[in-house]
Design a protein around this ligand. Structure first.
Ligand code: F6P
Length: 526
């Protein structure tokens, strides 16, 4: 791994950025009705495909000039060099002095991503993990992943998304919340003799995970005896001493590396619960899908490059059209947790307000990401999106084939998705509406990401698409997408508050005076 590089020029300091600013008063004020202008070719001109993924951005408020300028912006920030630096294993996570090599986790033999040593490590650990997963999927009836954030959201989302591929798998459960309700529910319905817990924690210091793992350990040891612990606990971590202290058997522990960020770690052994659910063959297909997009991102011209396009359109919406939120709307119930997964990926990565160099940014950075399965959202918050005053950009995700074998019903989902995309784009003017209450202004920009079917490779492609879009935006905004200092203060304050909350030591001495009346009240209610 090589030394840190000097910060690159950020997008807002470039000429294309200035030009985009000028275009906000021309293209930026045009309505999608006008941009379409009856042009039957707009779909061809404003869509791109790779493998089985289609990005249809014809309903984005762009024209040829905006697209050409966004292309120039990618060039001006030297995106191609930034991608190469990441793939070479340069120390691009400068505040933590780390390389960023989740792409190396998806490599196949001979690619040498991150260097020969890293390739060897990755391939050996992958083989060991997949072998373990195949054995465990036959041996246990319940498998429980205990982890939080990146050690939970990826596997939990993917196991649900790929339910169709998990025939013959144990019952899978995910426990993250510190409050103990999830672990209680698991314990209430499982048999310790046939249950495997996987403690997933890069650091093995995360309070929530240690609390839940401790409860699970107590349950297993209480029912089966202390000697049963090594048979019922696996772990994935960089922290060997902590795994030793917990009593994880060496054959049941898997390595992580500091060059894999938590929110980028599903491709590593953190994905072992996914591998148990779908089996080694499908897990490898999932990695293959991610790698397809890695290669595409590193080589395709920007106008045909799905992650780069998604990122550039996001910059246009966020920095120039004043749309600081992105709603993610899958039209497939199996992708119900995909918005939550993207929330961590995008908001932990791009929720920054200083540049790589440490100076305050003068431009918007990461948008608020939110969402729900689109069909449910239609009957809750779409009213505000259609007629309310706040505006959002939208991503629709749409498979052509049903994920549960009910194509007749899925066809209704497809029709709903396209109907909504059209309504958001074109609206309904007063002449057609007949009443101001029934006017839809339209002009709400959206992208449609469509694919044939939700399978392991496709899910891998979808995740990698968003990962690289996040990276592209971080390069344009000049920020570090790979640290997360903003999560630390709350953890520190919580550590200080625990003794006061539990009453283990004099609360007044350990926490701020203004909290005392509230703490007392809560104590009284317990
Ligand atoms: O607090 C945030 C965070 O550090 C995430 O970045 C990470 O995915 C999560 O906590 C869990 O961390 P760990 O895997 O070390 O338990």
């Amino acid at each position: 791994m090589s030394a840190p590089q000097p910060p690159r020029i950020a997008g807002p300091e470039t000429r294309p950025w200035q030009r985009l600013r000028e275009l906000t008063s021309t293209t930026g004020v045009r309505h999608l009705r006008d941009l379409f202008g009856g042009d039957p070719k707009r779909f061809e001109q404003c869509s791109a495909r790779t493998a089985n993924l289609l990005l249809d951005y014809s309903r984005q408020r762009v024209d040829e000039e905006v697209l050409a300028t966004l292309d120039a912006l990618a060039e001006a920030v030297e995106l191609r060099h930034a991608i190469a630096a990441m793939r070479r294993g340069e120390t691009i996570n400068t505040t933590e002095k780390r390389a960023v090599l989740h792409v190396a986790l998806r490599q196949r033999e001979g690619q040498r991503l991150g260097g020969a040593d890293i390739e060897r490590l990755v391939l050996a650990e992958r083989a060991r993990m997949l072998n373990f997963a195949e054995r465990m999927r036959r041996r246990y009836r319940t498998v429980v992943n205990i982890g939080i954030g990146g050690s939970d959201l990826g596997p939990a989302m993917a196991v649900a998304a790929l339910a169709r591929f998990s025939e013959g798998a144990p019952r899978m459960a995910f426990v993250s919340n510190v409050d103990g309700c999830q672990i209680s529910d698991v314990i209430a319905t499982a048999d310790p003799a046939t249950t495997l817990f996987i403690v997933s924690s890069k650091t093995f210091t995360t309070q929530e995970t240690l609390a839940n793992a401790g409860a699970a350990r107590e349950w297993v040891a209480g029912v089966l005896g202390e000697t049963a612990v090594p048979d019922h606990f696996a772990a994935v971590s960089v922290n060997t001493p902590a795994m030793n202290a917990f009593g994880v058997h060496p054959d049941y522990r898997f390595e992580m590396w500091d060059w894999v960020g938590g929110r980028y770690s599903i491709w590593s052994s953190i994905g072992v619960s996914l591998a148990i659910a779908i089996g080694a063959k499908h897990f490898l297909a999932f990695l293959d899908g991610g790698r397809d997009i890695d290669e595409h991102f590193a080589s395709a011209p920007w106008r045909a490059n799905l992650p780069a396009l998604a990122a550039l359109l996001g910059v246009w919406n966020n920095n120039f059209l004043g749309l600081p939120t992105l709603a993610v709307l899958p039209y497939d119930q199996r992708l119900a947790r995909f918005p939550a997964y993207l929330q961590q990926l995008e908001m932990e990565s791009l929720g920054k307000s200083v540049t790589q160099g440490g100076t305050a940014v003068q431009w918007n950075t990461g948008p608020v990401i939110w969402g729900e399965p689109g069909n449910n959202a239609q009957h809750s918050f779409f009213q505000l999106l259609h007629q309310g005053t706040p505006r959002a950009a939208l991503d629709f995700l749409l498979p052509a084939r049903s994920s549960c074998g009910r194509q007749d019903q899925h066809d209704l989902a497809i029709a709903n998705c396209l109907a909504q995309a059209e309504a958001f784009a074109f609206g309904q003017p007063l002449e057609a509406a007949g009443s101001p209450h029934k006017v839809y202004e339209g002009n709400r920009p959206s992208s449609l990401i469509a694919f044939d079917a939700l399978d392991p490779a496709t899910l891998g492609r979808l995740i990698a698409l968003y990962e690289h879009a996040v990276f592209t935006q971080s390069v344009i905004w000049g920020i570090n997408a790979f640290d997360q200092w903003g999560v630390e203060l709350g953890k520190k304050l919580c550590g200080e508050l625990v003794p006061a909350v539990t009453g283990k030591i004099g609360g007044a001495a350990t926490s701020a005076a203004h909290l005392q009346p509230l703490l007392e009240m809560l104590r009284g209610w317990k």
